[in-house]
Design a protein. Sequence first.
Length: 95
Amino acid sequence: MEINPKLNNNQPTNPLKQNQQIAETTSVLFNLKNGKKVTVGKAKIRKITKGLAEIAFSLGETADPEEYAESLTEEIYESMNAAQEKIQKTKKRKK
C-alpha cells in the first residue's frame, strides 16, 4: 500500500509584482513618501543583522551568529552600493 504525502497549498506567495521597480519596493518597505532619501550607515545595518543572526541561530539556521551577521551585513551593504550606482547611472542618462 502506497501513501501519498499531503501537499501544502497554503504556502505564502510574493505579494510584490515581478515588474515593480526597486525604488517603489523600497519605499513600500520603509514607508517612504515621494522620493524621500534615506541614509543608512554600515553600523545601523550591522545592528539589524546582529538581531537577525540571533533569530537565525535560535532557529538552527546557523552555528555561528557572529559570522552570519557579518556576512549578511556585507551582502546588504554591497547591494545598497550597487543599487545607488545604478540609480546614479540612470540619472546621468536622463540628462
